[in-house]
Design a protein around this ligand. Structure first.
Ligand code: NAD
Length: 298
């Protein structure tokens, strides 16, 4: 039986670890939160006493942690000293490209195989085992990484060498933030011009404005019944997480010397929306800010 360690059992990690256990893998799990540990145990994982305890016997180690500083610390101080040499270490957290590359270099040096494998898809996809993984790794390790991620994934794509998974994720989410704002702005203008929003949707979805933010995740309630706009913008991709990804994109752009002015503008808009108190709402709720009707969110 494959021995797997899972570190970080929060909103995303709990469902991901549970899907590994459901697939028949021996999952030894650890989180610093006692409540997260209880939930993971209920979902079929074994309790570890520490990160070191969780990874000691593992062939595969998967981490799903909040940010770069947690990933750097957990890998350097807890995983590297305790894990079996040759173990496959996969970090699925969304972190900055620089941290991903630094951790990869340290782990390779210490005799491990490593991949940065951030995900697209939220808590529902994590629970359903339908996440999309974008992987930065040595090419020869990819088949094994794909196999390791299978119980949690809809699709797994190799983006390139170390850090490329994180680069793909922040570039993708920068487009998403920008495109959502564009769609919201267009709905707000259409409304002011007296155009029926459903008619605008019908036309734009068959014209050159067609995109994922419109036809899969429509911010105007009605046209796409499964979109968060139909459930008061709850249970979606939180504004605070979109803001996190846009910040990572801006930091990366500054370090790489790339111009990303639309991304910067999107970061500013979502930062404003968060500061107004809507960080926990789905990011498509920014439509109501552009319409000047935040009361629609109360
Ligand atoms: P979360 O805060 O719910 O979970 C993180 C978990 O890590 C927490 O349970 C925390 O206790 C644990 N943790 C922190 N430090 C630890 C340590 N030293 N040792 C062990 N456990 C530790 O966050 P989340 O929503 O599950 O997101 C995790 C990652 O996935 C983030 O990088 C996030 O950006 C990314 N992500 C989240 C979503 C989403 O919709 N929530 C979607 C895509 C990607």
């Amino acid at each position: 039986m494959t021995k797997l360690a899972f570190i970080g059992l929060g909103n995303m990690g709990a469902g991901m670890a549970a899907n590994q256990a459901k697939a028949g893998r021996d999952v030894c799990a650890f989180d610093i939160s006692a409540a997260a540990m209880d939930r993971a145990a209920e979902l079929g994982c074994r309790r570890a006493q520490s990160v070191a305890d969780a990874v000691r016997e593992a062939d595969i180690v998967i981490t799903m942690l909040p940010a770069g500083q947690h990933v750097r610390q957990v890998y350097a101080e807890e995983i590297a000293p305790a894990a079996k040499k040759g173990a496959l270490l996969i970090d699925c957290s969304t972190i900055d490209v620089e941290s991903a590359r630094a951790v990869a270099a340290q782990m390779r040096e210490a005799g491990f195989r490593f991949a940065d494998a951030p995900v697209s898809g939220g808590i529902m996809a994590a629970n359903a085992g339908t996440l999309a993984f974008m992987v930065g790794c040595v090419e020869g390790d990819f088949a094994q990484i794909e196999e390791a991620l299978k119980p949690m994934s809809r699709v797994t794509l190799r983006a390139g060498e170390f850090g490329a998974g994180q680069a793909a994720k922040i570039c993708n989410n920068m487009v998403l933030g920008i495109s959502m704002l564009g769609i919201c702005e267009a709905f707000a203008l259409a409304e002011k011009l007296g155009l029926d929003p459903q008619r605008f949707y019908d036309i734009a979805s068959k014209s050159s404005a067609q995109c994922w933010s419109l036809t899969t995740y429509c911010p105007w309630p009605g046209p796409v019944p499964t979109a968060p706009s139909n459930r008061a913008y709850n249970d979606g991709f939180m504004t605070s997480l979109m803001l996190k990804d846009l910040k990572l994109a801006q930091e990366a752009a500054a370090k790489a010397g790339a111009a990303a002015p639309m991304g910067a503008h999107a970061e500013g808009m979502f930062a404003l929306f968060e500061r107004l108190g809507y960080g926990a709402k789905d990011f498509s709720a920014v439509l109501q800010l552009l319409r000047g009707d935040l009361d629609a969110l109360s």
